[in-house]
Design a protein around this ligand. Structure first.
Ligand code: 5RP
Length: 208
């Protein structure tokens, strides 16, 4: 299982500083959606230039104009980009077409799809995404009673390649691995830690 850090900060300097601390412990450096909105797509170029040996993931969460937005990310240096799993099928197809053109990967983010999630995961997988991110966003995580368990259950049931995002931390990353995820995404569990490098190292150790 690969480990992906979500650089959920708001400026390029902070993203580069965090990436520098944790890059040695992770496989994928994700530019979070607020970072791209705040700093612009050139933030992708800056992170890729600093870490050419790492996969760089642009979390655009594209909801429309899939080919155009994915192209922006790939031209900027992204290796992977997200499109919303809830988007129109043609939006997903457009992003996938850009991925094929650039030889890069498209990930369908299932955030906010809760009803019929397994069926939609299977549909978007057939549209050609590389894998599906089964994801509870920050707002869902903040609600009382939030648990990662339904994400893991849907991953097991769907039978397609998937990642898990939704407050993954040391206490839960083993469950993510056991569920068969290809990638564990960790944001707050790393960037909120007193020592992000040590937190990333521990997460890596727990999944080795
Ligand atoms: O995409 C995101 C929110 O929409 C986050 O980057 C993702 O949820 C990972 O962060 P965390 O581990 O803090 O949930």
């Amino acid at each position: 299982m690969r480990l992906q850090v979500a650089l959920d900060v708001l400026d390029v300097g902070s993203a580069l500083a965090l990436a520098r601390q944790v890059a040695g412990e992770v496989d994928i450096l994700e530019l979070g959606t607020p970072l791209v909105k705040s700093a612009g797509i050139s933030a992708v170029t800056a992170v890729k230039a600093a870490h050419p040996d790492k996969l760089v993931f642009a979390d655009l969460k594209t909801a429309d104009a899939g080919e155009l937005e994915a192209t922006l990310a790939f031209e900027a240096g992204a290796d992977l980009v997200t499109v919303m799993g809830a988007a129109d099928d043609d939006t997903v197809r457009g992003a996938v077409a850009a991925g094929r053109k650039y030889g890069k990967e498209v990930v369908a983010d299932m955030i906010s799809v809760t009803e019929g999630r397994v069926a939609r995961i299977r549909e978007v997988a057939k549209l050609g995404v590389s894998f599906v991110e089964i994801h509870a966003g920050l707002d869902e995580q903040a609600r009382p009673g939030y648990s990662i368990d339904t994400l893991l259950a849907d991953g097991r049931e769907a039978g397609v390649a998937f990642s898990i995002a939704g407050g993954v931390k040391a206490a839960t990353i083993g469950l993510v691995k056991d569920a068969g995820a290809a990638v564990a995404v960790v944001g707050g569990g790393i960037y909120n830690a007193p020592d992000p490098a040590a937190a990333a190292r521990e997460l890596r150790r727990l999944t080795a």
